[in-house]
Design a protein around this ligand. Structure first.
Ligand code: GLN
Length: 486
């Protein structure tokens, strides 16, 4: 049986009814990895043996009649910037090529003992990028067309789910890194409210923006994963002390009377007309399903990208100072300590990471702090106020996730600005700290298009309900990537 094609919630029912074993499911996914990984390259590290051990333990529990958690025994992929105790966590950087964390990220603790992890998924180095081309190891390929990128930075996590190399995955999103690859790979990606999910054990890129979230094949699975990972954590001082709802209760096929705002500034110049058409059709469909649409204006949207590319690199330059060849990670010997720092960091960081460290260091330096960093923080407040104002009138906002579909590998790798522009629709959401989901809503030339639904702070439930209603009235979640010539 092709269990690798199933959704997590379907497999959970089959497991509970003893119609399939966790070992059978895990073997199906491992066989799929063996068949397609050579073309997709979603993983940095594969952990098939440990996965099978876990699957056996879950089967033993089921045999004994013990309760199992919704994701128990169902193979997932974890972005390789999330720490799993005893498993290599590289952040796709040569500087951490052999780093084995001695502890689990809180999300791994919360997922629990019965979680079957088949591998650590590829990303842009330290999550800086939008295509996985910045990975220090290899580029991941989009299962819908192997000559295109899967998006990024969580490109491995999205491609694994789309290719059947994992049933669900975790990604991280600082400026779009869950939602944009989900859109490019035709799957669902949810960035929770900043503080909803603990960042403890997520290797920091830009700490005031980073959030971990699910990448799945449908909205129900996103709710499943959220139920497992959300919640306050005393180990993350930015995590929010709020009750965590049962997200599966939000899976209601009804948006009658829901107020949806369409921010006009998100239909940017240079947007692919096919993408725009598909987004507009999806909005019409939401109206037909009972939603009320209003156009809203979010006037500071056009400044969000520039503010992000000062704030994120500023935080990154500080966060990445710890990779100095001393406590852990790669070291190149030098004549003295400064020489050692220089050689280590010059050799082991990739071009994009260096670019961001330089940008960030410059923006934070004493002569430029006020002109750049502080100014960017003020813009961030204005962007947040755009959201506050919009949410006085509407329940959710609907926009494209990205202005185009997946581009060809190599197309933008020498043009950082063109790459950064892919994030225009996702970045403001991180600056404001609100939740956003991307769901498949159409195709252009055979490549998936993503619809973004943005919610009020801590209101993941309403975006899940909107997404679920849209999904249940379409069949995008039933399609499977053809995987090119494989
Ligand atoms: N593409 C954006 C960047 O390069 C977002 C990355 C992310 O969300 N981690 O910073």
């Amino acid at each position: 049986m092709d269990f690798f094609k199933y959704k997590a919630h379907q497999l959970h029912s089959l497991l509970k009814n003893k119609e399939v074993s966790a070992v059978e499911i895990t073997n199906s996914v491992i066989e799929r990895i063996n068949a397609v990984e050579g073309s997709v390259k979603a993983y940095i590290t594969q952990t098939s043996e440990a996965a099978l051990e876990k699957a056996k333990a879950v089967d033993a529990k089921i045999q004994k009649g013990e309760e199992i958690s919704p994701l128990a025994g169902i193979p997932g992929a974890i972005k390789d910037n999330i720490c799993i105790s005893g498993t290599k966590t590289t952040c796709a950087s040569k500087i951490l090529a052999d780093f084995i964390p001695p502890y689990n990220a809180t999300v791994m603790e919360k997922l629990g003992q019965d979680t079957v992890v088949v591998g650590k998924a590829n990303l842009d180095e330290f999550a800086m990028g939008g295509s996985t081309e910045n990975s220090g190891f290899h580029t991941t390929h989009n299962p819908w067309d192997l000559s295109t990128v899967p998006g990024g930075s969580s490109g491995g996590s999205a491609a694994a789910v789309a290719a059947g190399e994992a049933i669900w995955s975790l990604g991280s999103d600082t400026g779009g890194s869950i939602r944009q690859p989900a859109a490019y790979c035709g799957v669902v990606g949810l960035k929770p409210t900043y503080g909803r999910v603990s960042r403890y054990g997520l290797v920091a890129y830009a700490s005031s923006l980073d959030q971990i979230g699910p990448i799945t094949r449908d909205v129900t699975d996103a709710a499943f994963v959220m139920n497992a990972i959300a919640g306050y954590d005393s180990k993350d001082s930015t995590s929010i002390k709020a009750d965590t709802p049962d997200y599966t209760k939000a899976l209601v096929n009804n948006i009658k009377g829901l107020k949806i705002g369409i921010p006009r500034e998100y239909f940017v110049a240079g947007m692919d007309p096919e993408v725009e058409k598909s987004i507009r059709q999806s909005i019409d469909q939401l109206v037909a399903l009972g939603a009320e649409i209003t156009e809203v204006s979010m006037p500071h949207t056009e400044y969000a990208l520039s503010a992000y590319y000062l704030i994120a690199p500023a935080e990154a330059s500080s966060n990445l100072a710890r990779y100095d060849g001393v406590s852990y990670g790669h070291r190149v010997p030098g004549n003295d300590i400064v020489d050692m720092y220089k050689k280590t960091r010059s050799e082991a960081f990739g071009t994009e990471v260096k670019r961001r460290i330089m940008l960030g260091t410059y923006a934070l330096s004493s002569g430029y702090y006020d002109a750049y960093y502080l100014k960017a923080l003020k813009v961030r407040t204005l962007v947040k106020q755009d959201f506050d104002r919009a949410f006085e009138k509407v329940d959710v906002l609907v926009t494209p996730t990205a202005p185009t579909t997946a581009f060809k590998i190599g197309d933008k790798s020498n043009d950082p600005l063109a790459m950064y522009l892919q994030d225009v629709c996702t970045i403001p959401v991180n600056l404001a700290g609100v939740p956003g989901i991307s769901i498949p809503c159409g195709f252009s030339n055979g490549m998936p298009i993503g619809l973004q639904i943005i919610g009020k702070p801590l209101d993941e439930e309403t975006i899940l309900r909107t997404a679920y209603t849209f999904e249940q009235n379409n069949d995008y979640h039933k399609r499977f990537a053809p995987l090119g010539e494989v």
